[in-house]
Design a protein around this ligand. Structure first.
Ligand code: 3HC
Ligand code: NAI
Length: 695
């Protein structure tokens, strides 16, 4: 087999090219090739300097993640990098694309670094539950100030070439777009100026006292609640400051290996690969997406305005329609406010904002303005009659081939499609609130939706930088259907004795971004209420229906937007509302329920058992294609802790038999709600996991 790393001698310069598509990851063959080429270059008499660069779209994007969890193969990366650094001839690293993780560590092991202006740099190991394990925590603070190194390593955030230059991580930003030439030109200067080698490990580490590290740990205890890796990153960087290089490197390696064995690392890597797997659908393999340049949005409320902003930020043209001038003005104000928020956070320049408001964004009360739209996304009230009317009107106006999409949370997309003469062009595009922030897009495929339209839904998600997950049609699709079910289980916990605030606290401690009752307040309690009223006629009389949420809605308490829901919202703060407890106590009394103490662990167990049980049905019915699709939905749309990998991965980790036993135990209290899903029972009987159903 030819090596992915090649050596060319061009006069007095040796050029080493790493060519290992798609992202030049540091697989064993790459590590071996690098070590070999560096040796040969060093031994070639005429060579006076060595250039290392990556072929294709990027420099090295890191270690090969697929090798993690398997026995490590020699040569190990830290040794290869030490070898590069110890070379007696100057090594210039030429960078383009993304130099990430082990890739950036290779660069730090070189003696000089030159980058194209478009290059980006990062140490994202922490996002995989790891720390940079090939000298990154030791060499970076020898080049960049410790606070900057801490920020990069503990968040995994990328920086651009200009910032890297300012921080001292690279020596030059080169003109042009030919990385090989940039490297060779730099090497020529090094030779001409007789600069010699400059091992990073020999530089003094930037100084920082213990307080800097204690402060970083305290901050991460909040911002990275529950996660092990960020804290270990701090330990490793502190080692760079307090220990000699070799000892610091050994400590980094030991910490890295500890993390490699952790459940959090396994979960985070499951999340990484699952997010890349969700888009791989047989149905759209090789299918071309339709053109997408102009987006129509119907309804400019919470969701419509957010969807419009999401599209505008991605450079698409947007026309937004509202039902009257007043609503139109409100929608326009929201769109402008959200875009200004992006300007304030430096995500959008003032010039770009001005250009969007001048020509990119158009608002109207006339659907005739949709005639040129490539896709129209409806986000009007969650009411089937209103939606049907909107789709009939869109059908009459939109050009042939335009995609007609609904952002409905629960309603039947087949019924909506049936209102048009072109059901093959109708699809659900279910965004999550706030739509310009949340990463998830459920692409709801109705019975007649054409593969081309599905492919375009996935292509749109990519343009919007969102993660798309395919869902079949059912009440609530993947996410909200499972949510409805676990909300019933949590309502059950409340009726049995927990308060909604206990539930929120226990689940936030478990790792959720927000408790489910606080989320309800944020989304608007009226949405769930409308759904419950719609489903009331078909509700089974055996269902133990908790009424306290309805009581709040009847009092006009819809959550944040009305200042009260489960919590009271005042002066930008929220506090549990004691009246909620009174309402619940009254309902328990009316139903003759004796409240008991429910532990935080029981709350978590109920939540997880309910989620997994309904998710198993969702997978078995084909609503979600695979367990990993459910995981990606909850990680990106529902604030489920990424370091737990998603509900299905969590279930595999704790054991499906435990989940099934919990379901059976809870059934003693409510055997109508807690019916074990057949798929879960089968997997337990066969001793298999959900992962066995993933590709
Ligand atoms: N190892 C193995 N495969 C990788 C990989 C890696 N480090 N990075 C990306 N890939 C694979 C992806 O799985 C995908 O495979 P597929 O086509 O079969 O699905 C393919 O490369 C392309 O990846 P993307 O779809 O993500 O392509 P993008 O262009 O959108 O993004 C990227 C490219 C920015 C490089 C992104 O893939 C990325 O962020 N990769 C991970 C980078 C990373 O975390 N590196 C650190 C690794 S840990 C480490 O280095 C430890 C060290 O300190 C010892
Ligand atoms: P909203 O009440 O904030 O906005 C609805 C908007 O539609 C209003 O501004 C209204 O004036 C407008 N509208 C009503 N009929 C119209 C018509 N015929 N033509 C043009 N505009 C019309 O509602 P929200 O929260 O934005 O929800 C919209 C849709 O998105 C619903 O289907 C909802 O289920 C769904 N959704 C809501 C989420 C949320 O968290 N709020 C999340 C995901 C989906």
């Amino acid at each position: 087999m030819t090596s992915p790393v090649s050596l060319t001698i061009a006069g007095d310069i040796a050029v080493i090219e790493v060519s290992h598509p798609p992202v030049n990851a540091l697989s064993q063959v790459v590590r071996a090739g690098l070590a070999d080429c560096v040796s040969r270059a060093a031994e070639t008499e005429d060579v006076q300097a060595i250039v290392i660069y990556g072929a294709g779209r990027t420099f090295i994007a890191g270690a090969d993640i697929r090798e993690f969890g398997k026995p490590a193969l020699e040569p190990y990366l830290p040794e290869v990098i030490n070898k590069i650094e110890a070379t007696a001839k100057p090594v210039v690293i030429a960078l383009h694309g993304t130099a990430l993780g082990g890739g950036l560590e290779v660069a730090l092991g070189g003696h000089y670094r030159v980058a194209l202006s478009s290059a980006r740099f990062g140490l994202p190991e922490v996002t995989l539950g790891l720390l940079p394990g090939a000298g990154g925590t030791q060499r970076l603070p020898r080049l960049a100030p410790v606070d900057k190194a801490l920020a990069m390593i503990t968040t995994g955030r990328q920086i651009d070439a200009k910032q890297a230059l300012e921080l001292g991580i690279i020596d030059r930003v080169a003109d042009g777009d030919d990385v090989r030439t940039a490297g060779i030109d730099f090497a020529r200067e090094v030779i001409a100026q007789g600069k010699g080698v400059r091992p990073t490990s020999a530089l003094a580490c930037h100084a920082a006292d213990a307080q800097v590290f204690d402060a970083a740990r305290a901050k991460l205890a909040q911002s990275a609640r529950g996660q092990i890796a960020p804290q270990k990153c701090v330990d490793a960087i502190q080692g760079a400051v307090t220990l000699p290089f070799a000892k610091g490197l050994a400590q980094e390696r030991a910490l890295f290996q500890d993390l490699m064995r952790s459940d959090q690392r396994v979960a985070l890597i499951h999340a990484f690969f699952s997010e890349r797997q969700v888009g791989k659908l047989p149905q759209i393999q090789g299918v071309r997406a339709r053109e997408l340049a102009t987006v129509g949005v119907v309804g400019g409320g919470t969701m419509g305005a957010g969807i419009a902003v999401s599209a505008l930020l991605a450079g698409l043209r947007v026309t937004l329609a509202e039902r009257d001038e007043d609503a139109l003005e409100r929608a326009g104000t929201t769109v402008s406010k959200l875009l200004m928020g992006s300007v304030k956070r430096n995500k959008l320049s003032q010039d770009q904002y001005d250009a969007i408001m001048a020509s990119g964004f158009k608002s109207t009360t006339d659907y005739a303005d949709f005639t040129n739209a490539d896709v129209v996304i409806e986000a009007v009230f969650e009411n089937m009659e209103v939606k049907k009317e909107v789709f009939a009107r869109l059908d009459a106006i939109c050009k042939p081939g335009a995609i007609l999409a609904s952002n409905t949370s629960y309603l039947d997309v087949n019924a909506i499609a049936a209102m048009t003469s072109r059901p093959e062009d109708v699809i659900g595009l279910h965004f999550f609130s706030p739509a310009h922030v949340m990463k998830l897009l459920e692409v709801v495929v109705a019975d007649k939706t054409s593969p081309e339209v599905v492919a375009t839904g996935f292509a749109l998600a990519k343009v919007l930088r969102k993660v798309a997950v395919r869902s079949g049609v059912c009440d609530g699709f993947i996410g909200n259907r499972i949510l409805s079910y676990y909300r019933k289980a949590l309502d059950g916990a409340v009726m049995a004795g927990a308060s909604p605030f206990d539930v929120d606290r226990a689940l936030v401690n478990f790792g959720l971004a927000m408790g489910p009752f606080a989320v309800g307040d944020l989304a608007g309690l009226d949405i769930g209420w409308a759904t419950r009223k719609r489903l009331a006629p078909t509700r089974d009389p055996r269902e133990a229906y908790a009424e306290f949420s309805d009581r709040l809605c009847e009092m006009g308490r819809f959550g944040r937007k009305t200042g009260r829901g489960f919590y009271i919202y005042e002066d930008g703060k929220s506090a549990p509302d004691p009246q909620v407890d009174e309402i619940i106590v009254a309902e328990r009394a009316a139903k003759k329920i004796d409240a008991r103490t429910i532990s935080d662990q029981e709350i978590v167990d109920r939540y997880m058992a309910a989620m997994v049980n309904e998710a198993a049905r969702v997978v078995e019915e084909g609503i979600a294609l695979r367990p990993l699709d459910v995981d990606v939905v909850f990680l990106n749309g529902y604030g489920y802790p990424r370091w737990r990998g998603g509900p299905m991965h969590y279930a595999d980790t704790v054991g499906l038999d435990k989940i099934l036993n919990d379901i059976k135990a809870f059934a003693a209290e409510d055997d109508f709600l807690w019916k074990p899903a057949p798929l879960l029972q089968r997997l337990v009987a066969k001793g298999e996991t959900f992962a066995s159903l993933n590709p």
